[in-house]
Design a protein. Sequence first.
Lengths: 296, 286
Amino acid sequence: MEKVTVKSSLFKKEKLVAILFIALPLIGFLLFTVFSIIATGVLSFTNYDGIRDIKFVGFKNYSDLFTHQIFKKAFWTSVLNTLFLLIGMPIGMVFGVILATFLNSKKIKGKKFFRVLFYFPAISGAVAINIIWRYIFNNEYGVVRFLFGKDVYWLSNPILIKVAIIIKGVWNGLGGTMLLYLAGMQGIAPSLYEAADIDGASDVQKFFHVTLPLLTPVTFYLLVTGLINGLQSYADSQVFAQGDPGAQTIVYFIWERGIHQARYGLASSASILLSIVVMIITVINFKFSNRWVYEN
Amino acid sequence: MRTETMRKVGGISFKTVVYIILIALSFIMIFPYVWMIFTSLKTGLEAMDTTTLKLFPEKAMWINYQDLFKAVPFLKGVGKTMLIEITVIPIGTLVSALAAFSFSKLRLPFKNFFLLLLLSGTMIPYAALMLPQFRVFYALHMYNTLWPLILPGLFGNVIMMFFFIQYLKGIPTELIEAAKIDGAGYLRIFFQIMFPLIMPAIAVQVVFWFTGIWNDFFGPSIYLTNFNTQTLQPMLAKLSSEVGGGVVGLPRIMAGAVVSSLPILVLYLFFQKYFVESIAITGLKG
């Protein structure tokens, strides 16, 4: 009997210690996440600007995003820009998987060198990278004028500036995509390729019928993270485009209206919509993933 | 036999084609950095030369680096970034590791609920959290101080914690149970048994977090608005937007980009295995 009570009091103590050990992350979560998202939600229904008395305005901020003379245009531009910039994602994935195939081949030497080299941009600071590429894309004195001439205004044409950001983004993300595909390829059993050999499959057939289907978990992961990060891009608008309307993204819109112009209500409504979209994408992707993602 | 014929494309072997592509790609990957370094040593006029594409400067202008340090308090910016690193990383890592220990090895009630709760927070975009945080820090007179960038990190890092939990799955629970029976306290078990065991995971995550804080731009750019209070990245961005147009400005900005990239390059060369490991692990388990 005594043993049992000792044990249960030990368990009680362990439970208490266990809760204590997770207390700080939980408090941090309440302070910085729960409080903030609720406050953003509340602010989105107010006219709060840090000066005037706070007043509830119902869904006005939300409707302003879609109907207000001035805000409507800026908001829609930012949405379309953000979506346009997502084009870089599939391009990067195609290049990444091809590159990984090359580096996975047994006959290629110096793999480690190429891997280390290609991945470096992924860990470089966004500011430095944007500064370099902005200089490269300058039509007057950048490197691109030797390829495309001075009359191609990469940094001020609303389409070309997005193309430039996509090119920069593919260069930036290629190493990471390649590494993930490479890790995925190394997990594929060699016996599958041997079986394909016996069936007389060519290298190209093996790539499309063995490698690619088995890499769907990686593709899926890249898709989800790419979408979530892409929808939240900011540094490109701020540093590469220096706020040019042709490359203002949703988060730039939120920053400009919220932090810069102190229109907290309006900016909050945009950020609530963004959060809803991000969460819906996450849920949908995970729900439907098992239909086409290979699992062993 | 068939693959042998497939591998020959117009007399050149497939292998050669792959090597040519890889080397061309290496050139593309490395070119922006090379261009940045050489531009940082040019005169303003050379950098904006519109007639030829010259890689090397006539004469290496090391004075651009001196100018950089004179024009903005660059070293002070580096110091501020380092101040965030050395306060947030040790405390935040300890907090994350303790929480991971609790989640994976202790009898924590409502374990799954708490874990899902914390992980759900990482789904919410920073943009949806920053406005109230900004107002509160502003009201607390913490605008243009480092507090808004330090305080949240002291409560741990959920991504890091999750990584540790995954890692701890590979460590047998019997080890901890045995120590408990011996009457060892929980903190002692943590520091004497857990800590040495998860050291490899900690090393990977610390290198990653260090890089993240070093490169952090969005948060610091919101809270730090002038050269005297700024950390490295927003200072660099402000420098490029303010003096970017001037003839003398460009090489100096490139010098700033070089100085800001250098520590990460060194870290990467020493720990490239960690970086590669980290992306492979988080990638496939996420």
